[in-house]
Design a protein around this ligand. Structure first.
Ligand code: SF4
Ligand code: F3S
Ligand code: FES
Length: 248
């Protein structure tokens, strides 16, 4: 069964833009990205959208649908009423290149600022021996498809451009937490998490967890445990005393 849907799509580039209205055919089983493609094919051939896999796995098609960060390829049209106007806008936290395509290089800059996994020099690849529980703990975070919707939705940078230099965002604070949990990682990540990557800015609103298409429990399993490990280090009276004595 097909019907005509009302779409309102953000069009623009170079810092200027507007919402443009369309009426467009929808067929059974389609997702929002299908409709964007139909608009390209029939009414707006220069409409820019980034996508790749159409299977929820490449993280390219992040956009805001009725104000909520979503993957265009995983948002079924059947979740909306047929007479509803569907508004599609680019991710708000990153600069727009054109139409629905944003410049997400902020995220790659943040990724590069995190020292990579650093095993002990005397343990060779193939010699790592880990408890199953340590393997499983990290596995959840490896499901990340780097859609950057968690960074897009976090109010610390969504509403405050000025915080961007000091805040890595939930995706990369999660990466630090993952590395810090790794039994073979030798880099001390706790002070850097707080002082260089802005862990203290996170006030546990959990919006990042709510939007994650991989259902990673970013806040409960990465950010809060990392905050606890930082607090253990900084506010444990024995550690404090030890630092005082040995740093003199
Ligand atoms: Fe996307 Fe989830 Fe990865 Fe964030 S943690 S980038 S929301 S997949
Ligand atoms: Fe932001 Fe997630 Fe913390 S949305 S405030 S990083 S819990
Ligand atoms: Fe790959 Fe949507 S196109 S996640």
């Amino acid at each position: 069964m097909s019907y005509k849907a009302k779409f309102r799509v953000w069009r623009g580039e170079g810092g200027e833009g507007r919402l443009e209205d369309f009426t467009v055919e929808v067929n059974e089983g389609e997702v929002v990205l299908d409709i964007i493609h139909r608009l390209q094919a029939t009414q707006a051939p220069d409409l820019a959208v980034r996508w790749n896999c159409k299977a929820g796995k490449c993280g390219s098609c992040s956009m805001e649908i009725n104000g909520k960060p979503r993957l265009g390829c995983m948002t079924r049209m059947s979740t909306f009423a047929e007479d509803e106007t569907i508004t599609v806008t680019p991710m708000r936290t990153f600069p727009v290149i054109k139409d629905l395509v944003t410049d997400v290089s902020f995220n790659y800059t943040k990724a590069r600022e995190i020292p990579s996994f650093t095993p002990p020099a005397d343990v060779k690849p193939g010699e790592y021996r880990m408890q199953q529980i340590d393997v499983e703990r990290g596995q959840e975070f490896r499901k990340c498809i780097e859609c950057f919707m968690c960074n897009n939705v976090c109010h610390v940078i969504r509403d405050h451009e000025e915080n961007k230099p000091a805040f890595a965002g939930p995706r990369f604070l999660m990466r630090i937490a993952e590395l810090d949990m790794h039994p073979y990682d030798t880099v001390d990540r706790r002070d850097a998490a707080q002082d260089e990557h802005g862990l203290g800015y996170c006030n546990i609103t959990k919006c990042c967890t709510e939007v994650c298409p991989e259902h990673i429990k970013i806040t409960d399993n990465a950010l809060i445990p990392m905050k606890e490990r930082v607090a253990d280090r900084r506010y444990d009276p024995l550690v404090w005393l030890g630092n005082k004595i040995f740093k003199r």
